[in-house]
Design a protein around this ligand. Structure first.
Ligand code: PLP
Length: 397
């Protein structure tokens, strides 16, 4: 059977492929520690679970509006107003099953063949995939280790031109843990304005910040009118499997995203949205405790990574990932690069990590090797995983 040409331009998120591989290995009795996927190992807080149960019992099991329930759009608008410090209206908010559809729908809503869309690299792999799928040209914005994985401003200046339709930013960043400084955001804002481009600000890790306070590009005067802010519940409230996220954008853009909802998923589950209201309006202690735990794991894991021969790791400022440089370790292991490192560690040492190539194409001139380590597992398993990496490298040395 034949498939549409566009399918050949669609990528994937390999974290899910590796997850399936781990399950296969475990099914045949292999002991695998997974530091692969970015899924918090915490239970969704009890007050949120109880709200969903109440909603189910109250019969909140029917279709709802495509843009989201009035109650949840209101709660999101209040949360954004509180956390970003500027006014958001419910009409600017659109609810989706996970944060991902905001990406998919907003890119589909603006990209024409020949348009260029700038995206962070390394970055969430879905950016490059969806830009290609939409027929636009992906233009990487390199995040460099020498700048603690903030962006290379000069390179960005060279990349922006009249064909630039959108600039995607993600701070704190998956996979590097890097954070854009207010100065970086200022430059991005000026460049986007100069060519009348949209900004898609993926702020899904905004609460996972270990130093300072979160800076949103929407706070720069004039920028809210050209920004789609993506955030959600998956990470902050440990709700990855519930599938609920949101965007905040100028009303006309929010309406178009909602129209794409109508055409694809209809709406986000109504009882799940009721739980979302409780998540945002209810007590936040569980979130604070979880983030405190992630900070402890980060400190411990980064210190340990820097003790492993052949590995060096900058301190991530946010999200829940470390992105160590494993160039030397690859040499010691006799493997060509991070992909072979990933394969060898999974099959010979029982430890799953994700190679840099799972996070967008390599940048021009990029010759170092990196892997992503997720802290979304207990301290014991995290340390056991790192112990296995160390042992395998030491055995090769
Ligand atoms: N954006 C980034 C940077 C992510 O890392 C993720 C999930 O890993 C998402 C968006 C999508 O989140 P969701 O699971 O809510 O669709």
């Amino acid at each position: 059977m034949k498939y549409a040409e566009r399918m050949s331009r669609l990528g994937t998120e390999n974290a899910f492929t590796v997850l399936a591989e781990i399950e296969k290995l475990r099914a045949v009795g292999k002991d695998v520690v997974s530091l692969g996927i970015g899924d918090p190992d915490f239970d969704t807080p009890e007050n949120i679970r109880e709200a969903a149960k109440r909603a189910l019992d109250a019969g909140r099991t029917h279709y709802g509006p495509s843009a989201g329930t009035r109650e949840l759009r209101g709660a999101v608008a209040r949360y954004l107003t509180r956390s970003r410090g500027l006014d958001f209206e419910p009409e600017e908010v659109v609810i989706t099953p996970g944060g991902k559809p905001i990406l998919f729908h907003s890119i589909l809503a603006v990209a024409e063949p020949g348009d260029e869309i700038i995206y962070p690299s390394p970055g969430f792999p879905i950016y490059e995939s969806v830009i290609n799928f939409a027929g636009a040209k992906p233009v990487p914005m390199p995040l460099v280790e020498a700048r603690d994985f903030s962006l290379d401003v000069d390179q960005l200046r060279r990349s922006v031109n009249q064909r630039t339709k959108m600039i995607i930013i993600n701070s704190p960043n998956n996979p590097t843990g890097g954070v854009l400084t207010p100065e970086d955001l200022q430059v991005i804002a000026e460049l986007a304005t100069s060519v009348d481009a949209w900004v898609l600000a993926d702020e899904i890790y905004s609460e996972f910040l270990f130093e300072g306070s979160h800076a949103s590009i929407t706070q720069i005067p004039g920028m809210k009118n050209r920004t789609i802010l993506l955030d959600g519940f998956s990470k902050t409230y440990a709700m990855t499997g519930w599938r609920m996220g949101y965007g905040a954008a100028p009303k006309e853009m929010a309406d178009r995203i909602a129209q794409l909802n109508t055409n694809s998923v209809s709406c986000t589950a109504t009882f799940v949205q009721d739980a979302g209201v409780e998540a945002l309006d209810g007590p936040q202690d569980a979130v604070r405790a979880m983030i405190g735990e992630f900070r402890g794991r980060r400190d411990m894991a980064v210190a340990e990574l820097n003790r492993i021969p052949g590995i060096s790791c900058v301190m991530p400022k946010g999200a829940f990932y470390a992105f160590p440089n494993v160039t030397q370790a690859c040499r010691m292991l006799g493997v060509k690069g991070a992909e072979e490192f990933q394969h060898l560690m999974l099959h010979e040492a029982g430890i799953a990590v994700l190679a840099r190539t799972n996070f967008g194409s390599r940048n021009l001139g990029e010759d170092e090797e990196y892997v992503r380590i997720s802290f979304a597992t207990s301290r014991e398993l995290l340390m056991e995983g790192l112990r296995r990496i160390r042992a395998r490298i030491e055995a090769a040395a």
